[in-house]
Design a protein around this ligand. Structure first.
Ligand SMILES: [Fe+2]
Ligand SMILES: [Fe+2]
Length: 309
């Protein structure tokens, strides 16, 4: 059966080598990388939408400019990541067009957090600080992925995410040191976002043969629970130090292990949201669908300038 290619591939990974787009790779490796990467691309594209709603309403020019440039960065991240996904998916006959079709038809997954509403300015701060903080945990760990083209673009993406985080932290600190009404608005936003943030990392990884290979092939390097704990270690103390409450009566630090114990985050809600049942999933996909229809002529003109007449 085996012609030795799989063994040679696994030996390369074990040595710490990276895999380039035109290297031979097992189909299952390609499939798993593609699934991870296209979900990331979809999430960047959909992730721009909650904050985009706030560009016209951001308080003052400085805040408007920083939300605007964050939204532009996220769309840029999506572009770079779809490009990597496109190369991976070519042997499967899946084009970028197909990926975007699957997204707007509700067939593709994206991160749970982008299906929730952002009703106040404090949500914008909490999203940029904590959602981008959570994303930086997962993307930071993926810098060590074995798929080289993804690792390369993640270096730039992580640098930009770190700036997003600072922009969010600045909004949050301003609100936390503001009036009673501003602090109450921040507390409400933390109330809304805490559970989606725990969900963001996904349920604890099962010990399935699939996930065993994911780690052996170094597609991912840290488990969902390791990433969630890393997030909690950094951000739970920061949120508490602002005098804000975290809406989980069971949350406590285990001084022995340094891990945070948290209450059952209701995984049914997570599954409902990632399967398309989030409060804003349909409306945001509709916006994406409309944008694609209205601006399709730009892409067509770029692909074939003679068609622009
Ligand atoms: Fe991003
Ligand atoms: Fe970001």
């Amino acid at each position: 059966m085996s012609d030795g290619r799989l063994e040679a591939f696994e030996a390369r990974i074990a040595r710490g080598d990276l895999v380039e787009a035109d290297d031979w790779m097992p189909e299952e490796y390609r499939r798993q990388c593609f699934r991870l990467i296209v979900t990331h691309a979809n999430s960047e594209l959909m992730g721009a939408l909650p904050e985009r709603e706030w560009i016209p309403r951001a308080p003052g020019l400085k805040r408007k400019l920083s939300v605007l440039s964050k939204v532009q960065d996220e769309i840029g991240h999506a572009q770079m990541i779809y490009r990597v996904a496109e190369d991976l998916a070519r042997p499967f006959g899946i084009s970028r067009e197909q990926m975007l079709d699957d997204l707007i038809e509700g067939k593709a997954k994206f991160h749970n957090v982008f299906s929730y509403p952002a009703p106040t300015w404090a949500d914008v701060g909490v999203i940029a600080w904590l959602v981008d903080g959570a994303a930086l945990e997962t993307q930071g760990a993926l810098l060590r992925t074995s798929y080289a083209p993804y690792a390369r673009i993640l270096r730039r993406i992580c640098a930009e995410e770190a700036i997003h985080l600072k922009h969010g932290e600045d909004i949050v600190l301003t609100l936390a040191s503001g009036t009673r009404a501003q602090r109450a608005m921040l507390q409400d936003a933390i109330q809304r976002w805490w559970q989606p943030l725990l969900h963001f990392f996904g349920p604890p990884d099962e010990l399935s043969p699939n996930s065993e290979r994911t780690f052996r092939w170094r597609i991912r390097t840290r488990t969902n629970e390791q990433l969630r704990q890393s997030f909690l270690r950094k951000y739970a103390p920061k949120v508490l130090s602002l005098g804000m409450e975290i809406p989980d009566p069971e949350l406590r630090l285990d001084p022995e292990t340094g891990d945070w114990h948290y209450g059952d985050p209701d995984w049914n809600e997570f599954w409902r949201v990632v399967k398309g049942g989030g409060a804003r999933t349909e409306a945001r996909l509709e916006l994406r669908r409309m944008t694609r229809e209205q601006q399709g002529w730009v892409l067509a003109a770029m692909a074939d300038p003679t068609s622009a007449a």
